[in-house]
Design a protein around this ligand. Structure first.
Ligand SMILES: [Zn+2]
Length: 297
């Protein structure tokens, strides 16, 4: 089965979660399972790679194909975020608890090239023996194209969180990993009693890059404001701190520089000096925030 057919099959199973981003009506699969269409005839075709682009006009982001390929190598090849994936899987497993439901759908808002979501769904399916489906959405088409190519078992949309193409209150778990928050979307998409799991950098995240490339003002990172906003929205939130280091070789360091906006405006000679190292120890410092939407009263 090719990716496009598989995508149509997955869409069919999960249609109850989706809605038209233009008018909010439910979608059906039409045109021999090749398109999503709402009653107002807004129609979106399934691309041959196995995703659906729901944007009505192209959006330019600074994130290109090379960046997402570098990011995928950092996640999958260099296993840089493995401890993070494990923590998220355990957090979701714990929240599911003795939940008798045999199926769950997890939505990743700002999924990039999809490696985190795919790894989380795979590990969670194994750990819980439940059927776990992932839905990922991102504004950057090059990321979603890679995601669809590598992870055909999940459902991928190019779309804008300002008009989320999902039914209200239809997800038990939302992920938002190193990606901007959209509290309106969190509130509208999360089930009552569901959880949003947000990952933000800790102050020592990639500190070796900050020290190499910045003198003072950006040499440390402050998450104070992001944290404050999250706690304001989810006063009962839980927080886990993850701090570990990974040794990266030359190729890994090059991938890391490529995927990190921190280093985009650095002079080439400075980048080159950093890349002359054979290996380097890089710090991964992250906060895992878990916010629960209260049960409807
Ligand atoms: Zn519509």
């Amino acid at each position: 089965m090719n990716n496009k057919m598989r995508c149509a099959e997955q869409m069919q199973q999960e249609l109850q979660h989706f809605r038209c981003p233009l008018c909010g009506e439910a979608f059906t699969l039409v045109n021999e399972q090749r398109s999503l269409r709402c009653p107002n005839t807004h129609t979106f075709d399934i691309a041959k790679q196995g995703y659906v682009n729901l944007l009505t006009k192209a959006v330019h982001t600074h994130y290109d194909k090379q960046l997402f390929e570098a990011r995928q190598r950092i996640i999958v090849g260099h296993k840089f975020f493995n401890p993070l994936v494990k923590s998220i899987v355990n957090a979701i497993d714990e929240q599911m608890g003795s939940d008798k439901v045999q199926q769950s759908t997890i939505l990743d808002l700002g999924c990039g090239e999809g490696s985190h979501l795919a790894a989380i769904c795979d590990a969670l399916s194994q750990q819980t023996s439940k059927q776990i489906t992932g839905c990922g959405i991102d504004l950057a088409k090059p990321g979603i194209q890679l995601a669809a190519k590598h992870y055909p078992n999940q459902i991928w949309f190019v779309g804008d969180l300002a008009r989320p193409p999902y039914q209200k209150h239809s997800f038990q778990f939302l992920l938002n990993i190193l990606s901007p928050s959209n509290y309106d979307a969190f509130d509208s998409l999360l089930e009552y009693g569901g959880s949003v799991i947000k990952v933000i950098p800790g102050e020592h995240y990639l500190q070796e890059l900050r020290h190499a490339f910045y003198s003072t003002s950006r040499a440390t990172y402050s998450n104070v404001e992001t944290l404050r906003l999250f706690k304001e929205h989810y006063p009962e939130s839980e927080m886990h701190h993850l701090h570990y280091t990974v040794e990266l070789d030359k190729a890994g360091l090059s991938d890391l520089l490529y995927m990190t906006p921190l280093t985009w405006n650095i002079p080439e000679s400075t980048r080159q000096t950093f890349l002359n190292q054979e290996t380097a120890i890089i710090t991964c410092d992250l906060l895992l925030l878990i916010g629960r939407r209260s049960n409807k009263s």
